[in-house]
Write a protein that binds this ligand. Structure first.
Ligand code: PRP
Length: 176
């Protein structure tokens, strides 16, 4: 079995996550604490690494969503599978995503989390498919902008494969 070719190396991810951690810590330096909301499943590795690069006090929550029919994402239909368990009212929320593609998922998540009446909501994603946007959603922190290629690793999967690759790789035609 051949490994997917490297798009973003482990070292480059580590360096960028360190930079994001410093930027986010500086931006929230005057806050008592923040709550990181990781979006399952893909964000679990980015969340783990980013959270350990922060200096601002933080707690962790998870949320899970599914989008109907990956082949027909343009419908934008997103379903909530698991809401946050902790009370995030009046907290400063940072949504942590692995990738923003069409933007439908993040747009939906912002709506769900707003209903919990947090003090503020910002968004962070490791990867942003810059040409794939179907909805205009604001992203505060972006690790890397990428093209339209399908990517795996560092939390991202292709039919549940390659999630735990330590780097971001490109899915080859014929894979799967
Ligand atoms: C991915 C990713 C985002 C969403 C982005 O999740 O983690 O949540 O797709 O796509 P969008 O911008 O087009 O809405 P996925 O549905 O692959 O689930 P997973 O994280 O559980 O693998």
């Amino acid at each position: 079995m051949t490994l997917p070719p490297v798009l973003i190396s482990e070292a480059d991810i580590d360096a960028r996550v360190q930079e994001l951690g410093a930027e986010i810590s500086a931006d929230y330096a005057d806050k008592d604490s923040i709550v990181l909301v990781g979006v399952l499943k893909g964000a679990f590795i980015f969340l783990a690494d980013l959270s350990r690069r922060l200096t601002v006090p933080r707690t962790i929550e998870f949320i899970a969503v599914s989008s109907y029919g990956k082949g027909s994402r343009s419908t934008g239909a997103v379903r909530l599978d698991l809401d946050v368990r902790g009370n995030i009212e009046n907290r400063h929320v940072l949504i942590v995503e692995d990738i923003v593609d069409t933007g439908h998922t993040l747009n939906y998540l912002i709506g769900i989390l707003k209903s919990h009446r947090p003090a503020s909501i910002r968004t962070a994603t490791l990867l942003h498919k810059t040409e794939a946007a179907e909805v205009d959603v604001h992203i505060d922190y972006v690790g890397f902008g990428i093209g339209s290629e399908w990517v795996v690793g560092y939390g991202l999967d292709f039919a549940e494969r390659d999630r735990t690759l330590p780097y971001i790789g490109i899915v080859q035609p014929g894979d799967g």
